[in-house]
Design a protein around this ligand. Structure first.
Ligand code: SF4
Length: 452
């Protein structure tokens, strides 16, 4: 089984599949050149972007991410402020520092090729990297796919189960997960904790979860503090700081509009994401606001001081996210926005229900309701930017997740549609969805909103 922490990776905005994944793929390509002692012989490098990466790659930061990945940068550690100026320097100075150590002449228009009308066969987000020696002889050619949430896979390994850590309670479906919980008399969080400790000690798991939570919280705070206009040319104003001021004013005058706060938190995160800031995938960047917003709501309005509950929240959310990752998809390019915002809403609703004391059935019910009402949601970002509809959509989904948890807690958990059924339905719906509604910016709002 993969770890729940694979769903919560610290990186940069604006997109896990179009920024984080491509940067990791480019970095891995360069690392393989290094390992094979080929790096010193490279005189030319070339990157090709296909499908959704080509169609929305400029707005999603793919081009810059690939350039910086080729220079040896990792999304977790790169300074977000470094990305745009360094990519611009590579373009204007016609040179790239492969792996951070090996300078190579780089003609942007020749060496970074965007294939807007071509999709590679295995996934909508395809990339190819090639390296040549001084005589033009190919030294290496690799094809990669960025399959959502920052996950990447080599062409030869696509669809092949990778060796994974043996855990005490392996599960693939919600039924298996809940059966383990019932048999062991454990919550989802406690069961996932035992699985995670097959990799490392429990203190490390807790520390890792709290680190993730801290980065999420900093992202909310940064988003609430940063004024201005988002990059990309749509001239979208950052709204979180003004919204926070207004909500504070309302609170001071005695009007406590509790449900608007999580919307603000989610929008703050997604504005940070759209600006290329430091973000945690949850399970993707486009949907990165929902889990932090609901967690922040829990801390601010329910229980501020219980780190144990924060860990439980993330482990439960991660377990629900794994079910979608293993059985459907968390890629907007593959199944539309139901796989991003829908999954994040499901994760957050289930996790909040759990830390508010819900039973296993109530947690499953909340996670299921959240996806059931996102089925069919398309991905149609205006201008190929992760801004419209993404930012508000995260806010709305955060508020929904909280209300869904409250609803589930008022009932006994009995429900007709199982979480497994809704996950399978989401995948089927995504497969039936026309390609133009799957992160291509060729349909929906993306073609009906005038860019100005
Ligand atoms: S519309 Fe949804 S899936 Fe598409 S980029 Fe925005 S958040 Fe991601």
């Amino acid at each position: 089984m993969i770890s729940v922490f694979d769903l919560f990776s610290i990186g940069i905005g604006p997109s896990s599949s179009h920024t984080v994944g491509p940067m990791k793929a480019a970095l891995t390509f360069v690392e393989s050149l290094q390992q094979r002692m080929l790096l010193g012989s490279v005189q030319r490098v070339r990157a090709d972007l296909y499908g959704s990466l080509a169609l929305t790659g400029h707005g999603h930061g793919t081009v810059n991410a690939v350039l910086l990945g080729l220079e040896g940068q990792h999304p977790r550690t790169i300074d977000p402020a470094h990305v745009v100026p360094r990519a611009e320097a590579i373009r204007t100075e016609h040179g790239i520092m492969l792996g951070g150590t090996h300078p190579v002449h780089f003609e942007f228009d020749r060496d970074l090729c965007i294939h807007k009308h071509e999709f590679l066969p295995k996934h909508a987000n395809g990339l190819r990297f090639s390296a040549y020696d001084g005589g033009g002889k190919p030294l290496a050619l690799e094809t990669w796919y960025s399959i959502g949430g920052g996950f990447i896979v080599r062409d030869e390994e696509f669809g092949i189960e990778q060796p994974s850590v043996a855990v005490p309670y392996p599960f693939r479906t919600a039924k298996q997960l809940l059966d383990h919980c019932r048999q062991q008399n454990k919550t989802i969080a406690a069961l996932v904790m035992e699985n995670e400790t097959a990799r490392t000690g429990e203190p490390d798991v807790r520390a890792h979860a709290l680190e993730i939570a801290a980065v999420m919280q900093r992202c909310v705070e940064s988003g609430c503090a940063h004024e201005g206009t988002l990059p990309g040319g749509l001239n979208v104003r950052r709204r979180a700081p003004a919204l926070r001021r207004k909500l504070n004013e309302q609170a001071e005058s005695g009007l406590h509009n509790t449900m608007l706060w999580p919307m603000l938190y989610a929008m703050a995160v997604n504005e940070e994401n759209a600006a290329g800031g430091r973000v945690v995938t949850a399970p993707t960047n486009g949907a990165a606001g929902i889990v932090p917003a609901v967690l922040q709501y829990f801390r601010n309005f329910v229980d501020a001081d219980d780190d144990g509950k924060v860990v439980d929240f993330l482990l439960t959310a991660g377990a629900i996210g794994l079910l979608y990752k293993m059985n459907a998809s968390i890629s907007g390019a593959e199944v539309g926005c139901q796989g991003e915002v829908g999954v994040a809403c499901s994760m957050a609703a289930g996790a909040l229900t759990a830390v508010l004391g819900g039973t296993l059935l109530q947690v499953e019910n909340a996670a299921e309701i959240a996806m059931e009402h996102h089925l069919g949601m398309t991905c149609d970002p205006v201008g190929g930017l992760v801004q419209i509809p993404c930012i508000e959509r995260n806010g709305v989904a955060a508020e929904q997740a909280i209300k869904i948890a409250q609803l589930a807690l008022l009932e006994d958990g009995e429900h007709k549609v199982s979480l497994d059924t809704v996950i399978a339905t989401m995948l089927e719906t995504g497969r039936d969805m026309q390609q133009r509604y799957k992160e291509t910016s060729l349909g929906g709002l993306a073609v009906n909103v005038t860019e100005c």
